[in-house]
Design a protein around this ligand. Structure first.
Ligand code: MLT
Ligand code: ZN
Length: 469
């Protein structure tokens, strides 16, 4: 192995091959503290050709590699396992913005660019890069692409796959594929871009991308609406989509217990309402016309919702600061849950019309089977994506975790949903994939993996089981 690391040092410089355990530690640990892996070293190439050299060395010495961006993933896809025979390939030094083209509404960025930096660069060119997720200050574009990240703006702008026109990647044998095409129409054979997006580093290493931009809206308004039930939230969503069309750019659901957790762990953040309400919906309207137009739309929306008996209360943000405070409530839910500890997370997607039925049936079964359990239900209702997390009264062990997740995911399957909406499979949901996807689908995935990575060196054990012992 010293031979392998020696070649890596020659390729990218000794300072960029990190093997001291204290420096490796943050790269092999799950940020939520669920798992610690091991690695031979962390390698930090600064260019696509350096990535290609490292991948060629990995192929030659049969060393597995785990591509990593900000290590903010939620499915254990970006850290190595405990065997200690893999390297972590950190893309964070590949952080150049290669260009912004406002007329084509695109920008070309490297995989290690932080999402927030990309959004700021787009804004300085008068454009919006719409992907918005809580970890935007530390997650990277490469990780966003590898996991097909979603977040809070998907209902209007789509997930990462919809926000990317082209990619550059290094294949398992170390060839560079320049697919940085900035085209909105391109029917030239199999869509390799879409195949690699969401493949969690198992088919190639994404090194750069052409991202889609949109004009910055003239006005953005945020409002928190208090509601009686999930069913009312679905009715409100339908009303908003009918009245606001493409101007509805955010629709998040939060249960009262989810907001209680935020208040407990972040006392500075409080719901603006005097009383507790079973659910709240956080809405964002993005208006291309003006503040006045947006305000009039919001007003008519609120009175229509009141007339239909949907609205218990509403708090309209009247400044950017107030809007930020409402969004902070939503974005601190996962942090409050992490601080509270002991929760079993689920990232599920359902047809929106089935969400009230699913929540009602699953709450009931959980409460009967695990008396005293708490359910932290929140998420991107506008996309049919809920984070339906369960905190049992008893301490969590692997057996309880498995039974509760099976119960939730069986319910999801009955309502024709997905057990992974936006967090991916990683190492965490490999068994769920086998359990809930048809054999023919798994077989096609295995054939693709075998064809593109016959040595199984790219992020082995993620998405599909590692056939090696
Ligand atoms: C969110 O919507 O807040 C994220 O997906 C994070 C999470 O659920 O942990
Ligand atoms: Zn989410």
């Amino acid at each position: 192995m010293s031979d392998f690391l020696g070649h890596c040092r020659d390729a990218i410089g000794a300072a960029n091959v990190v093997s001291a355990s204290a420096e490796i530690a943050p790269h092999v640990a799950d940020w939520r503290g669920r798992k610690n892996g091991k690695a031979l070293a962390v390698l930090k190439p600064a260019s696509t050709s350096e990535v290609a050299q490292i991948v060629r060395l990995c192929a030659r010495f049969e060393v597995p590699l785990v591509p990593q961006g900000g290590n903010t993933g939620l499915a254990l896809g970006g850290i190595p396992d405990e065997r200690g025979n893999a390297i972590v390939l950190s893309l964070t030094r590949m952080n150049r913005i290669r260009g912004v083209d406002p007329f084509n509404n695109t920008m070309v960025v490297e995989a290690g660019c932080i999402l927030e930096t990309v959004r700021a660069a787009a804004a300085s060119g008068g454009r919006l890069f719409p992907l918005s997720i809580g970890s935007r200050g530390s997650c990277t574009i490469g990780g966003n692409l590898a996991t097909n990240a979603g977040g809070t703006a998907v209902l209007q702008y789509g997930s990462m796959r919809n926000l990317c026109l082209g990619i550059e990647a290094v294949t398992a044998d170390g060839e560079i594929w320049d697919g940085l095409r900035a085209l909105r129409k391109d029917n030239t054979g199999y869509d390799l871009r879409d195949l690699l997006i969401g493949s969690e580093g198992t088919l190639a290493v994404i090194t750069a991308a052409v991202l889609k931009l949109v004009p910055i809206p003239a006005s953005k308004r945020t409002v928190l609406m208090a509601l009686r039930s999930v069913e009312d939230a679905v009715h409100l969503l339908e009303l908003c989509q009918r009245r606001c069309g493409a101007m509805l750019t955010g629709f998040e659901l939060m249960s009262s217990y989810a907001l209680d957790l935020v208040a407990r762990h972040f006392p500075a953040m409080r719901s603006p309402f005097n009383r507790k309400h079973p659910y709240c919906a956080l809405l964002e309207l993005s208006d291309p016309e003006s503040d006045q137009h947006a305000s009039a739309l919001l007003e008519s929306l609120a009175s229509a919702a009141t007339e239909l008996g949907l609205l218990l209360d509403a708090a309209v943000a009247s400044s950017e600061q107030q809007s930020g405070a409402l969004w902070a409530l939503r974005e601190h839910i996962p942090l409050a849950q992490a601080a509270e500890g002991g929760n079993i997370k689920h990232d599920i997607a359902l047809p929106i019309s089935h969400i009230p039925g699913f929540v009602q049936a699953t709450n009931q079964t959980l409460e009967e089977t695990y008396p005293g359990c708490r359910i932290v239900c929140y998420g991107h209702l506008g996309d049919g994506n809920l984070h339906y997390n369960v905190m049992p009264a008893e301490p969590i062990n692997p057996a309880i975790e498995e039974t509760i997740s099976r119960l939730v995911h069986d319910g999801v399957a009955r309502f024709n949903g997905s057990f992974s909406a936006e967090h991916g499979i990683g190492a965490m949901k490999v068994e769920e994939l086998c359990a809930y996807r048809p054999a023919v689908e798994l077989s096609m995935m295995r054939k693709i993996k075998q064809a593109l990575d016959p040595q199984n060196i790219l992020n082995p054990g993620k998405i599909l089981t590692d056939p090696r012992p």
